[in-house]
Design a protein around this ligand. Structure first.
Ligand code: PLP
Length: 386
């Protein structure tokens, strides 16, 4: 990684994306386009995840604007999903605590309930529920008017709410509904992309192809700011014209930055040469198995995720799934214990802790992760039961 970045620093550090492009960016999108699911080979390179989701939503709106559907503007997203901190991305986000201070947010957004089976918003049980949380999208599109709805945006697995994984039928049902009403699916893979779920893209993990795919985080493995939006070539074609007014009106000064793209190329090479996707999938299964040991502590309600993004929901009673009282902040305490005493970085909330180890993790290190988590939970149990 460092050699690739240093090498690029010697050659070209900046290139204005408004005036031209650069060979490193072109090389990178060609390589990246060989990894994206079916036909999403037009790629716009940006710097951060919020930029990617924001750009994706603008792309879809301008696409409909200039293809004869000027009323298709509404973006439907889900509660409990996170899409970033810029105004549009934040409006699509479905987490009140992140949004309230910044009201009023952008117009033209609606939300539906997420596929959170453990605490089903409809108080139903899977599979008897017939995946109502997916099917409801059709009703919402009909209520809104199909000719006003542009896109549905969601994360394949909800990172910021403890890695909530939808049932297998969820995404195929969403795909079918969106196709029926010409609504685009924007898949926010800022967290799940680049192999995190054990496949290159979460879309592959769930067996469907979105219309627009947002990527970020792992693209440059933290060495450089790098993100992107991949979309169907057919969408791209509507922006390519002698008429400048039809071009996608979304230029970013650091879009396609050559140094960031050099880091991105190095990541793709590392993933391939070191067989990291296969490793991530296999070691992720081992991590899931090992985490099962923690159930004996009597506070594990759910272990969920794919590949190397796993969350554990902590509950007062694993039989009734009764949560810990919110004011106790059980998950917060476990998270802080992991970081301060166990020297292990985790994500956490009052109800869950989550881990996302690097793809090079080996079995003995997975064992170590599970031991540290176990010790942290026991320490907090001892504190609260005293
Ligand atoms: C799913 C998802 N989308 C978007 C973002 C925003 O990315 P960034 O922080 O790079 O702006 C994040 C960041 O955590 C994310 O997890």
């Amino acid at each position: 990684m460092i050699d690739a970045i240093k090498g690029q620093l010697e050659q070209l550090v900046f290139c204005s994306p408004i005036l031209s492009t650069n060979t490193r960016a072109v090389e990178y999108v060609e390589m990246l386009g060989r990894t994206t699911p079916g036909g999403l080979t037009t790629i716009k390179i940006l710097s951060g995840g919020s930029e990617a989701t924001e750009t994706a939503m603008k792309l879809v709106r301008q696409y409909f604007h200039q293809t004869g559907y000027p009323n298709k503007k509404t973006i439907i997203s889900r509660y409990l999903n996170f899409h970033g901190v810029t105004m549009g991305a934040l409006t699509a986000t479905g987490m009140a605590d992140r949004k309230t201070p910044f009201e009023p947010l952008a117009g033209g957004f609606r939300h539906i309930a997420p596929p959170y089976c453990l605490r089903c918003p409809y108080k139903l049980k899977y599979p008897e529920c017939d995946v109502l949380c997916a099917r409801i999208l059709e009703q919402v599109i009909l209520y809104e008017g199909p000719d006003t709805v542009a896109a549905f945006i969601a994360e394949p697995i909800q990172l910021s709410t403890g890695n909530i994984v939808p049932p297998p039928e969820y995404w195929p049902i969403i795909r079918e509904i969106c196709d029926k009403y010409a609504v685009m699916i924007i898949l926010d893979e800022v967290a799940t992309g680049m192999g995190r779920t054990g496949k290159m893209w979460g879309a592959e993990t769930f067996g469907f192809v979105p219309d627009v795919l947002c990527m970020g985080k792992g693209m440059a493995a933290g060495y450089m700011p790098l993100s992107g939006v991949a979309f169907r070539d057919e969408i791209a074609e509507t922006f390519i014209s002698e008429n400048k007014e039809l071009a996608f009106a979304d230029g970013h000064t650091y879009g396609g930055n050559p140094v960031a793209c050099a880091a991105g190329i190095a990541v793709l090479q590392e993933l391939q040469e070191r067989h990291l996707l296969e490793h991530c999938e296999a070691i992720g299964e081992y991590l899931m198995e090992r985490l099962e040991d923690l159930r004996e502590l009597g506070v594990v309600g759910d272990i969920r995720g794919k590949g190397l993004m796993i969350g554990i929901e902590l509950v007062q009673d694993p039989v009734t799934m009764e949560p810990f009282p919110h004011e106790l902040g059980f998950g917060l305490k476990v998270g802080r214990q992991c970081i301060q005493k166990e020297k292990m970085l985790v994500r956490y909330s009052p109800d869950w802790v989550a881990v996302a180890p690097p793809f090079i993790i080996e079995k003995d290190e997975v064992d170590d992760v599970v031991e540290r988590l176990g010790r942290a939970i026991i320490a907090v149990l001892n504190q609260v039961r005293r």
